[in-house]
Design a protein around this ligand. Structure first.
Ligand SMILES: Nc1ncnc2c1ncn2[C@@H]1O[C@H](COP(=O)(O)OP(=O)(O)OP(=O)(O)O)[C@@H](O)[C@H]1O
Ligand SMILES: [Mg+2]
Length: 619
């Protein structure tokens, strides 16, 4: 009988230790997963929140988060009393280890797991789980088993004496029955313990007697109940961790967007400056070579591309600012826009491809010209360019690109097909999601999500059909517009010839040079300065009719120049030329007088219009 209780207690202890180990491993691994971001960013507040929350579990005695040298960076307390200390010698080993380490001390289970960002070891997390609760449970039950076994021995002895006294067979039967009534529940219990050891927590022992055996059965049932609870709470924990992971993913996504926002705000300024130079030079060349039709056509393409570039930087800005803004809509032939997109991507499918010995065949025969749509042309060109670029990406060895357009029941359709590698269903399902890409690291995965946004904003639809190995077809549906053609034509340029004395203030020399040329060629007197300080000095010495001023300049900001101009007795006409997308807040806030604002890159015709309007109005 003693062996039965001994064995049961051993099985119980082994089982509970296994459970403990498993729980410790899951806990540390989940903690390690959740700590990647905060440890990487050294975000102590989040590390505290995570470790502090985990420490609320009763049997967790310590949690240490350490760096890759083994120094503790957090211990789950507010003041981090162990900061920068080595917990023990083992810490150094665990810190260098890229795998899980489990060790038992007399009363503690100690588990540590590395915190890894891909292959990079950031540090680790180590927890101590107290074994005392579990041990006292086991010894309680062993004690009860012992008691019962003692009693059983006594009663058994009594039966033996009776037998020895040669009492009747009935005596034997009685003794046997007595023994059985005690042994049977114990066998049942022993079997139940073995079942639990195998992980089956469903069974309960029926409590029949109110003696020690009954108590033991109650304890056993309680134990399985508790085990069940820890298993459930383990599942809860995993679910919670999964939810956290999802939230972190979402956070990461929004952080990505935020950082893209910051980057775009910064680069769109630089980008617009460059576009201004390209566009300005193209426009000046156009004026100089009016009779060269071929050149004028190419310059027109360059001009349109720079306009689109500026619109895209605006779109990107709006995209990341959440404020989508309302883009201006015009009636255009969708097929014209498609042809322009084909022109824009020409370097990729023609010159660059030929240089690399790749051949693309473009099939445009099925493009009809009767599709008028109400749209933002830059956005629609952007849609086509993205789809064409993806198609070319899918045909690195060359292939066929086919374009079709047709009308059907008040809707216009455009399809773009390639003979590329196609997509499996899983990829097809995700292509419109932001950041989904199979082209890492080059691809951002934003192309088709922007396409999707533009098409739905235009009230259209986009569908994809694809077969692995044979290619893909993107079909776009647009609601047809019946409005008569109102496509905006570029205005005929009015030549400014007003004998103006113009001051140009821009730290970008190529831009000020282009503006200088533009005004000088029309007979105006032009002065150029490349910084705010010189501008302030000059306006106090000379009278100007018109000052064109950049805003973002080093040292002295454009605002200071404008302030100075506002103080002059004879205030010239003031135009701001800026590469920033943001509203020019300080101008409004300080009530500064400014005659017009023009965004880089600009069209000379629009600049002229603005200047004409303010110069004429004063006459
Ligand atoms: N014509 C196509 N053929 C095969 N796969 C395509 C095609 N078009 C899109 N895809 C798949 O859809 C994914 C998402 O496309 P999307 O344009 O959004 O991003 P990307 O092209 O990967 O990156 P980016 O546009 O920033 O360069 C691609 O990575 C590719 O797997
Ligand atoms: Mg793409």
């Amino acid at each position: 009988m003693h062996e039965v209780s001994q064995k049961s207690s051993e099985i119980m202890e082994d089982y509970l230790l296994e459970q403990f180990k498993e729980r410790g491993v899951i806990l540390t691994q989940n903690l390690a997963d959740n700590l990647i971001n905060p440890v990487y960013k050294y975000d102590m507040e989040t590390i505290y929140e995570i470790t502090h929350a985990a420490k609320k579990q009763k049997d967790i005695k310590y949690i240490y988060v350490y760096d890759k040298t083994g120094k503790i960076i957090h211990d789950g307390t507010k003041d981090i009393s162990l900061f920068n200390k080595n917990f023990d010698e083992i810490s150094k080993t665990t810190a260098r280890s890229k795998s899980l380490l489990i060790q038992f001390t007399a009363d503690m289970l100690d588990v540590s797991t590395p915190i890894m960002l891909y292959d990079e070891l950031l540090g680790g997390v180590r927890i101590g789980l107290s074994l005392s609760g579990m041990r006292s449970n086991v010894s309680n039950m062993t004690r009860q088993l012992g008691n019962i076994s003692d009693k059983w021995k006594k009663r058994n002895l009594y039966a033996i004496i009776i037998t020895a006294l040669g009492l009747s067979v009935f005596g034997f039967v009685l003794a046997w029955l007595l023994g059985y009534s005690l042994i049977h529940p114990l066998i049942k219990l022993s079997k139940a313990v073995e079942r639990v050891a195998k992980g089956d927590l469903s069974g309960k022992i029926e409590v029949k007697s109110r003696d020690e055996l009954g108590d033991l059965a109650i304890s056993f049932n309680k134990m399985t109940e508790n085990l069940k609870k820890t298993t459930v709470s383990r599942n809860d924990l995993i679910n919670e961790m999964k939810m956290r992971e999802k939230m972190e993913e979402a956070l990461l996504q929004s952080e990505k967007l935020k950082s893209i926002g910051t980057i775009t705000a910064g680069i769109s300024h630089e980008y617009n400056n460059i576009l201004t130079i390209i566009s300005g030079t193209a426009q000046l060349m156009e004026m100089d070579h009016k009779n060269d039709k071929k050149l004028a056509e190419s310059l027109g393409t360059i001009k349109r591309a720079t306009d689109d570039g500026a619109e895209i930087s605006r779109m990107m800005y709006r995209f990341t600012k959440v404020d989508k803004g309302v883009s201006s809509l015009e009636v255009h032939q969708a097929t014209d826009l498609l042809k322009q997109a084909i022109d824009f991507t020409m370097p990729r499918w023609k010159s660059m491809a030929q240089a690399n010995g790749i051949n693309y065949h473009l099939d445009q025969e099925d493009m009809k010209d009767a599709i008028s749509i109400l749209c933002n042309p830059t956005e629609i060109r952007e849609v086509f360019i993205n789809i064409i670029n993806n198609a070319l990406d899918a045909m690195p060895e060359g292939g066929r690109l086919s374009f079709r357009s047709w009308n059907k029941e008040n809707a216009a359709f455009i399809s773009i097909s390639d003979s590329g590698k196609g997509m499996v269903e899983e990829v097809q399902r995700n292509i419109f999601d932001p950041f989904f890409t199979t082209k890492r690291p080059e691809g951002t995965g934003l192309g088709l999500s922007i396409v999707y946004g533009i098409i739905t904003r235009h009230g259209g639809k986009i569908e994809v059909e694809s077969n692995v190995g044979t290619g893909s077809t993107f079909t776009l549906l647009f609601p047809v517009t019946v409005n008569k053609e109102t496509s905006i034509k570029r205005q005929e340029q009015e030549i400014i010839n007003k004998d103006l004395h113009v001051l140009i203030v821009d730290d970008e020399e190529p831009i000020s040079r282009i503006l200088d040329k533009f005004f000088s060629r029309n007979g105006n007197k032009v002065k150029v300065v490349n910084n705010g300080a010189d501008a302030i000095e000059l306006v106090n010495r000379e009278d100007f009719n018109l000052v064109l001023c950049d805003i973002a300049m080093p040292d002295v900001f454009g605002y200071d120049v404008i302030k100075e101009l506002n103080r002059l007795k004879k205030i010239p006409k003031i135009g701001i030329i800026t590469g920033w997308e943001e509203k020019l807040k300080p101008i409004d806030e300080e009530g500064l007088k400014v005659d017009f604002i023009i965004k880089k890159p600009f069209d000379f015709s629009i600049l002229e219009k603005k200047i004409n309007a303010v110069i004429d109005s004063r006459k």
